[in-house]
Design a protein around this ligand. Structure first.
Ligand code: GTP
Ligand code: SPV
Ligand code: MN
Length: 617
């Protein structure tokens, strides 16, 4: 085990002077029993990559690209094992899996004690904000991890460097994020003996994750700090919202105007794709879409101007590989080209050619299977006939790359303030009922709509793919406190903005009940309903009022060059009243779970329900 003098020496060498940080690092070095401590900064990337290649933790995937494979039972977030703990039972919500801090902390210390023996404990100082943002007091953090692969991911996903910890107004205002991998082969993942725990002790700003080295379970700046902790901090400070939102800019070259839209879709439901979207060819002369963020936005109102702002606290993209190709998302492919330093995880890999492949990359898998290994590392050529249909890549396989590599990254993505928000959208995978877009102009109705977002679960979480469930604001797995308090806080933050954003619910995933085809072509064509939404906000179109919002008429939606049948278009631009009436009953049950839901939300519910009752007569 490393001795305190050596920890002090490492901290000195890295220029870490903040006494609270030093104490925290020493404390956990003692508990985890790591053999050595290393403080990392962005400048260490090339060296750590070389070490990881040497150790076989990463494999080369062509020039300046890397491949990593995670343990086969460790490929997605575990919602069941994720817990928000605090010292106040009033923080218990329906979805946050609340437990007392006093119960969880000892359990985690017990599991982490001595668990990094023989390993290096990496100290990753990071910032979840563009430098200089007013929310900086909640953005600094220090992740401790015993996994080099996690370090390399964190360097791509967040701003890393000891400088972010010095000069904090309150030297204690950094999130303490401890990650210990554990013995992955003996953790009983998914069994009653499951040893994993992913705990955010929100009122102590301490994150303790044990038993995984994958994605949101292990890159603690991202989901645990950027979403769960931030949601709690935003509420406790009454200053901001931390949301699972993408954030894009739309530039109209004809009028010179810039618009910014943010919005939440559940995990693996299209945020990255929307943020990387190119305008359809016929609209490309006039409009340009720029990328600000694809997974997290923090929203706040500027106290002097009253303007609502959104900013992306992340520095990179951890995107779903499946179905990413030249047609669906050429931007994503460009962002992981040779030389970008991108890391692919759990895709199929060919060590002979250093190529990678995933389902949907090309219509058919490589014809010559020689050398190809599936995501578990098993040769494709050795598959039995029964295994032939199994995917080559894990459905939640991902690519990791920094914002700088994204071709449509906004010129001002690093701006300290973030950007003014014009619209907030919600959406998800919904195979029926939800039209292409319905706009909502009232704040309470917008928040109500977010709270009643119902969608199919995806492979981004273990075990629930395809199940229909409510996913409030696309935050169900990231809820940090009670849903009633959350709704009230949301109303207050956005309600304080002098110009109110327009809300909308979108759905790219309606399917034909007979043959299952997607009714809307999606991807870059998704710009069309968004342009309509901005025109509606500007008073340039009026749409058609329905009980569940305003939907575009066929004429208003720019459909030039879209390949869609009249019948499909009709379906996605209409409201199935009986189906919606049935939905209102489910919504009532869903909302009833939340005590102290603001009366405005219930009023919105009753307004929509009575509108639907009238429409059905
Ligand atoms: P997380 O990173 O898990 O939070 O997910 P995300 O919301 O960023 O999801 P992402 O954009 O990576 O999309 C996930 C999957 O949805 C991919 O397989 C996409 O190909 C698919 N997808 C995205 N947009 C569309 C669309 O417009 N239509 C259809 N049919 N599929 C889409
Ligand atoms: C999600 O699951 O919503 C993600 C990926 O964005 S992970 O980092 O694994 O949480
Ligand atoms: Mn996400």
């Amino acid at each position: 085990m490393v001795d305190t003098a050596d920890v002090e020496k490492a901290l000195d060498a890295a220029g870490v002077q903040n006494p609270a940080v030093r104490e925290y690092v020493e404390h956990w070095a003692n508990i985890t029993g790591a053999e050595r401590v290393e403080i990392v900064s962005q400048a260490d990337d090339a060296r750590l990559i070389a070490e990881a290649l040497d150790a076989g933790e990463l494999l080369p995937a062509g020039e300046g690209r890397y491949y990593s494979r995670s343990y086969h039972k460790d490929t997605a977030r575990s919602e069941e094992r994720t817990i928000v703990a605090t010292n106040d039972p009033a923080d218990k919500g329906v979805y946050n899996n609340w437990r007392p801090a006093s119960e969880m902390k000892p359990l985690l210390v017990e599991r982490m004690r001595g668990a990094s023996a023989g390993k290096t404990m990496y100290v990753i100082p990071y910032l979840m904000a563009p430098p200089g943002n007013v929310l900086a007091p909640w953005a600094a953090g220090v992740e401790l991890t015993d996994s080099r692969t996690v370090v390399l991911h964190m360097m791509r996903m967040s701003r890393v460097g000891a400088e972010f910890l010095e000069g904090l107004e309150d030297p204690n205002s950094f999130a303490r994020a401890v990650h210990v991998t554990g013995d992955l082969e003996n953790l009983g993942q998914g069994t009653p003996e499951d040893q994993r725990y992913f705990v955010t002790v929100a009122d102590e700003r301490t994150i303790l994750h044990f038993g995984s080295s994958y994605g949101g379970n292990a890159l603690l700046g991202k989901i645990a700090h950027g979403l769960r902790q931030a949601a709690y901090d935003g509420w406790a400070s009454k200053k901001f919202l931390g949301e699972q939102y993408m954030l894009i800019g739309i530039h109209d070259k004809e009028t010179g105007k810039d618009y910014h839209i943010c919005g939440g879709f559940p995990s693996a439901s299209g945020k990255t794709n929307l943020a990387m979207m190119l305008a359809p060819d016929v609209l490309g002369e006039r409009y340009h879409v720029s990328f600000y963020g694809d997974d997290i936005a923090w929203l706040y109102v500027d106290e002097t101007t009253g303007q609502l702002y959104g900013m992306n606290p992340e520095f990179g993209v951890f995107g779903v590989a499946k179905d990413t190709n030249e047609g669906t998302n050429p931007t994503a492919l460009a962002s992981v080209e040779p030389g970008t330093g991108a890391i692919f995880t759990n895709v199929a890999y060919n060590p002979d050619t250093q190529e990678v492949w995933w389902e949907g990359r090309t219509p058919e898998p490589p014809a010559d299977t020689a050398g190809w290994l599936d995501w578990k590392g098993n040769p494709i050529a050795d598959r039995s006939p029964e295994q032939a249909g199994e995917p080559w890549a894990h459905p939640n396989s991902r690519f990791t790359t920094t914002l700088d590599n994204v071709p449509n990254i906004a010129a001002d993505y690093n701006a300290a303030s973030g950007v003014p928000i014009d619209a907030i959208i919600f959406g998800g995978r919904t195979r029926d009922r939800e039209p292409l877009i319905r706009a909502i102009t009232d704040l309470a109705e917008g928040v109500y709509d977010g709270l009643t977002l119902g969608a199919e679960a995806t492979a981004a979480a273990e075990g629930v793919e395809g199940m229909l469930r409510y996913d409030p604001m696309s935050n169900r797995p990231f809820m940090a406190y009670g849903e009633g308090d959350y709704a009230a806080h949301y109303l207050k933050i956005v309600g304080a903005a002098k110009d109110q954003p327009i809300f909308a619910h979108v759905n790219w995933f309606q399917r034909d009940p007979e043959d299952g085809h997607f009714l809307w072509p999606g991807y870059r064509d998704n710009l069309r309903p968004l342009l309509w939404l901005l025109q509606l906000k500007n008073g340039e179109v009026t749409g058609r009022q329905t009980p569940v919002g305003i939907i575009p008429t066929r004429e208003e939606l720019n459909l030039e060059g879209v390949d869609i049948s009249d019948a499909d278009l009709e379906t996605i631009l209409s409201i199935d009243v009986p189906r919606w009436q049935q939905e209102m009953g489910f919504r009532e049950e869903h909302l009833k779970q939340f005590p102290n839901l603001p009366e405005e939300i219930w009023e919105a519910h009753r307004r929509v329900a009575s509108g639907l009752a009238d429409a059905g007569e």
